[in-house]
Write a protein that binds this ligand. Structure first.
Ligand SMILES: [Zn+2]
Length: 377
């Protein structure tokens, strides 16, 4: 992957390229940024630039030399990857084929999607003791083809206390060995590891970057791309998932659900839940993401009256109508309810039970006006 294939982050890319050109690459870096910002893609581009043996006039990796060609297929013998997976006594070596496929499809992938793709189901992924020993072994070998060795570790959060096994290696790595840890949540990483890394903060993408990224991948109108970018909220992985479901009718489905829950009539609610339970977990998560996005924008409208919302025309009209019947406390409770619901969907709760419970709870919230609203009306 070349820097030019990573969307956004113009200034950061220049800084990273300068870092390599001037020979000031730290032995251990931590690329830290929110989900879907492209931190893994940047780490891979950084590694390829470091490995590239061609002329680099762009400035970017040449994309043509033998090192680039191998790096692009994630098969360069001096570019190592480590990532969370499931199974004791296994290492990332056991999952390399799946990993290469996942990166080829989408280097913005989420950990959840990754773990699902290797059949983790409900099991928690981790980077285990055997994998740490595997890393130590791999990096103690001489470089095969290049004069550098690079290890990209995706999500060191999953190391837990096993991270202690890598401290010495990170602090005093063999010559010309570079660690790039790619993380989302600093708090879940051992301080002893953090203190040994130079942190590179990576920002969330903005809507313009996301629209550009979408339009490079697929032909669609600017308006359609905008609408996806608004929902994706700076997360390009989310945008890619939404692209796959261009025809999704989440906004219609959401309004219908709100209407049914407001009425609270079981003869309508139960069939809706049964149908909805059948659409599958990934679609349910997209739906809930949409619902949370709508509530965020709705809250903004309610609090400020600002009409510049990240909503399409029809959705904005609905939001305006709803301001008369839903108050701020209710918005907070509904948001909390959707958040919890999302949490349980991710953990494979029974969808019929979960969405029936959530619908009943939503009905209760919609029917309970706070005192302030009653007085104002
Ligand atoms: Zn090259």
């Amino acid at each position: 992957m070349r820097f030019s294939e990573v969307i956004g982050h113009k200034h950061l890319k220049t800084d990273l390229i300068d870092m390599i050109d001037s020979g000031r690459v730290p032995h251990a870096q931590l690329f830290l940024g929110p989900p879907g910002c492209g931190k893994l893609a940047l780490a891979i581009a950084f590694a390829q630039y470091l490995l590239c043996e061609g002329d680099k006039p762009a400035p970017d990796a040449c994309g043509k030399c033998s090192a680039c060609q191998k790096a692009q297929k994630y098969i360069h013998p001096d570019l190592h990857f480590s990532f969370p997976f499931v199974g004791a006594k296994l290492t990332s070596n056991n999952y390399l084929a799946e990993w290469r496929l996942a990166l080829t499809e989408n280097p913005y992938l989420s950990v959840n999607k990754w773990l699902q793709s290797i059949g983790a189901e409900n099991k928690q992924g981790n980077i285990n003791k055997d994998e740490c020993q595997n890393i130590i072994r791999k990096l103690s070998l001489k470089a095969f083809e290049s004069n550098v060795k690079i290890l990209i570790m995706w999500l060191p959060e999953y190391l837990g206390k096993e991270g202690n096994r890598l401290l010495k290696l990170i602090e005093e790595p063999p010559e010309n060995t570079f660690f790039i840890l790619v993380a989302e949540n600093q708090e879940l990483i051992l301080n002893t590891i953090l203190s040994r890394c130079q942190i590179v903060k990576i920002n969330q993408l903005n809507d313009i970057n996301i629209v550009e990224g979408i339009m490079e991948r697929e032909s669609m109108s600017n308006e359609q791309a905008q609408s996806i970018a608004q929902l994706a909220n700076g997360n390009f992985n989310e945008a890619i998932q939404l692209l796959d479901k261009k025809e999704n009718n989440n906004s219609k489905l959401f309004l219908e659900w709100m209407r049914i829950c407001y009425k609270g009539n079981g003869t309508e609610m139960v069939p809706w839940v049964e149908q909805f339970a059948a659409i599958g977990r990934e679609n349910q998560k997209h739906f809930l993401n949409y619902a949370l996005h709508f509530m965020r924008e709705f809250m903004l409208l309610k609090m400020t009256g600002n009409q510049h919302l990240r909503l399409q025309e029809q959705e904005r009209k609905t939001a305006n109508n709803l301001t008369k019947v839903i108050d701020l406390d209710q918005i907070r409770e509904i948001t909390k309810l959707f958040d919890e619901c999302y949490y349980y969907v991710e953990r494979n709760a029974n969808p019929k039970v979960l969405f029936l419970d959530t619908s009943i709870e939503l009905n209760k919230i919609l029917k309970t006006k706070s005192l302030a609203t009653i007085k104002n009306n």
